[in-house]
Ligand binder design. Structure first.
Ligand SMILES: [Zn+2]
Length: 341
């Protein structure tokens, strides 16, 4: 059984059944943080309401059925006209649900709005990757250089001491005895090296064939998903779908405006850890999410951090940026694999 991992808007990757997932095609970035419309679930944050009002107007402006006539005033205030426009759109365009007048993040109404008015093209994906991949590669190279320094120079001042301090904060290696520390450094060195090889030389693994290592997932509102140890999976999944097993797939969330190039690179490194696994065969999962000093990371043992995707992504990020300050895009959240971790 192939273990698929999905990264939601915020939080850890979750195992997911991908049956019915989207195929090739466009993905789209109209996104809200809380439900908009009517009913007890609605939060109607002004920025979210404005987003939906504008998106509904675009339906009308593009000449597509289901948009408001006349156009809504885009003022961020929920009211009878906006509520009626949501219901009208659901009745005419979202045939798979009972119209409830509520637009929820990641659900069918907003996916339909994206599909109709804000499609993201393959070119958009490539443009985003063109900015993020060099940063991800630089982060992996920096992590490898740090590990090489500490392995080759031992407890010496300079680069080796800086690297050792980073390893202690991100992986708690100082809680291990000397022999276990030495083993962990070599495992990390080999694991980052393999991740770098996968991202730099994808054709060696017959992963991509083309440069389609990364796919957009039309029906997925999440940020990203991949297959645990997918690099070792057949190119096609059990249903013969070539786009699932050996891919890192990027969903709607990856294209949201808040996903900067650095954030996108962090996501890619995080997903790569799942995709390759640890060099000694261990899966890398989500035991906790966040920076080394975050509440869900601090209690993790060295063993838990050495199999934790965000610990790998955060160490590489610090090695690349030469800053131990938590980047704004790193959020903390509990681990996501439940009993499977
Ligand atoms: Zn994950």
């Amino acid at each position: 059984m192939v273990l698929q991992l999905v990264m939601p808007h915020v939080g850890s990757c979750l195992p997911a059944d991908l049956a019915g997932g989207g195929g090739a095609g466009d993905v789209m970035p109209i996104s809200i943080t809380k439900p908009v419309g009517q009913g007890p679930l609605a939060r109607n944050l002004p920025e979210d309401v404005r987003t939906i009002q504008d998106a509904l107007n675009q339906v009308t402006q593009k000449g597509i059925a289901g948009g408001p006539v006349p156009l809504l005033v885009v003022d961020g205030l929920i009211g009878p006209k906006t509520n009626a426009a949501i219901l009208k759109f659901q009745r005419e365009q979202v045939k798979t649900i009972n119209p409830d007048g509520l637009v929820e993040p990641g659900k069918q109404t907003i996916l339909k709005l994206n599909e109709l008015v804000a499609p993201i093209s393959r070119a958009d994906l490539n443009a985003k990757l063109a900015k993020a991949l060099p940063i991800a590669k630089a982060a992996l190279a920096a992590a490898i250089a740090n590990l090489r320094a500490v392995i080759s120079q031992g407890p010496a001042p300079g680069p080796s001491a800086i690297a050792a301090d980073r390893l202690n904060r991100h992986f708690a290696l100082n809680k291990l005895n000397a022999a276990a520390q030495s083993d962990a450094r070599v495992t990390l060195f080999e694991t980052y090296s393999e991740m770098a090889l996968v991202i730099n030389e994808p054709t060696l693994f017959d992963i991509f064939g083309t440069n389609d290592a990364f796919d957009v997932d039309k029906a997925n509102a999440k940020i990203a998903l991949t297959t645990s140890q997918g690099v070792f999976e057949p190119a096609q999944d059990e249903n013969g779908d070539p786009n699932k097993a050996r891919r890192i797939r990027l969903g709607l969330g990856f294209f949201a405006p808040n996903v900067t190039a650095n954030f996108a690179a962090h996501i890619i490194v995080h997903e790569l850890t799942h995709f390759t696994g640890r060099r000694d065969g261990q899966r890398i999962v989500d035991n906790g999410r966040g920076w080394f000093d975050d509440v869900f990371i601090k209690p993790l043992s060295p063993a838990a951090r050495l199999t934790n995707a965000d610990s790998y992504a955060s160490f590489a990020e610090e090695c690349r940026s030469n800053s131990s300050a938590k980047p704004p895009f790193v959020k903390t959240a509990p681990g996501g694999l439940g009993g499977a971790r």
